[in-house]
Design a protein around this ligand. Structure first.
Ligand code: TYM
Length: 334
């Protein structure tokens, strides 16, 4: 709790081009949560360096992500939007939690397995201990809820295990967080291979819709999406391509899957794909317009960064101080 509200924490890596999966599975669902919760959303730039980054590009992407949070509708006066690397408590608690996390647990992480296969020439220790840093992010703010897509569920479970382990020794240090998954769009799949999640690191650009894709590109990619030959528009496990498009439509429009199926009753795949593409254009267009306006307003962004960094630091350091004390670290003279 912070004040009289429960706390909610989430964030995204400042790497690559964000996809429709990031938006429908996470960002879109974050908007307005501040009415009920005290919200913190980090630009996870420390996590980004598990993969080599070009400095100029990295700086630009981190700033873009911050602007995108605001463009999506997160009011920076009511949500604490900040850069993870500006709050050194993340790295400090990350190290402490490394010492409470077991190699065996980390070895089981599917994201580690996927990423180390993808970057076989750079399987660094940071990639391996990534979940302990993610646990630090969440636990520093005493988060009750963490709204993420399904692919992060395993990281959330390890966060809870680490928090319980620490609490068992140093009572009451951390709130045990719970995952918070959207009803729709929690796992958007690749348009080219609907058995794989849509990912910003996909080599085939036709598999993903990027948030800055223009309407023609969106229509073209969805028209090319892999479906099947049975020409019926219904949600079913044996129809992964069609089900994924229904998921996208449902998450974009806010309609249920049944309502979405009904919208396309009696129609062919051509019309279906066009309808899905239109629903995507409709959600991305305002996001893109807002983004283009905000990204050029340097003074506004700087003011937000300063204010929110201070707030994040205040809350995070409070937790860190409490743990340091319980663990027996010597006091830092002020
Ligand atoms: P990241 O940057 O890979 O993804 C950001 C968010 O987008 C969701 N997501 C998806 N949802 C549905 N369908 C998809 N295809 C899809 N792809 C991505 C993710 O589930 C996530 O919610 N480790 C995190 C970043 C992180 C974090 C944290 C999150 C670091 N510290 C603390 C929450 C709390 C990550 O790599 O997300």
């Amino acid at each position: 709790m912070l004040g009289d509200k429960k706390v909610l924490y989430s964030g995204m890596q400042a790497t690559g081009n964000l996809t429709l999966g990031n938006y429908l599975g996470a960002l879109k669902n974050w908007v307005n949560l501040n009415e009920e919760y005290e919200c913190f959303f980090g630009v996870m730039d420390l996590h980004s360096i598990t993969v080599r980054q070009n400095p100029a590009e990295f700086r630009k992407r981190a700033k873009s992500l911050l602007a995108l949070y605001i463009a999506a509708g997160l009011d920076p006066e009511k949500n604490c939007i900040y850069y993870q690397s500006h709050v050194s408590a993340h790295a400090e608690l990350g190290w402490i939690l490394d010492c409470f996390t077991y190699m065996g647990e980390l070895n089981r992480m599917t994201q580690f397995k996927d990423k180390s296969a993808k970057h076989a020439d750079n399987v660094n220790a940071g990639l391996f201990t990534y979940p302990a840093l993610m646990a630090a992010d969440i636990l520093l703010y005493q988060a009750d809820y963490v709204p993420v897509g399904r692919d992060q569920q395993q990281h959330l479970e390890i966060t809870r295990d680490i928090a319980e382990r620490v609490n068992a020794i140093y009572e009451g240090v951390f709130t045990i967080p719970e995952g918070y998954y959207g009803k729709r769009g929690a796992k958007i799949m690749s348009l080219q291979d609907p058995t794989k999640k849509m990912s910003k690191s996909d080599e085939n650009p036709n598999g993903s819709i990027y948030l800055m894709d223009d309407p023609d590109t969106i229509v073209r990619k969805i028209k090319r999406a892999v479906t099947d030959s049975d020409n019926s528009i219904r949600y079913s496990e044996d129809k992964p391509g069609v089900s994924n498009l229904l998921d996208i439509y449902s998450a974009a429009t806010g309609k249920s899957i049944q309502e979405s199926e009904k919208d396309f009753e009696g129609k062919g795949y051509g019309d279906f794909k066009l309808g899905v593409a239109e629903s995507v254009v409709d959600v991305l267009k305002p996001l893109q317009d807002n983004y283009n306006r905000i990204i050029n307003d340097k003074a506004y962004l700087e003011e937000i960064i300063k204010k929110n960094d201070d707030k994040a630091r205040y809350v995070a350091n409070k937790t860190l101080r409490k743990l340091r004390k319980k663990m027996g670290f010597t006091d830092i003279p002020r």
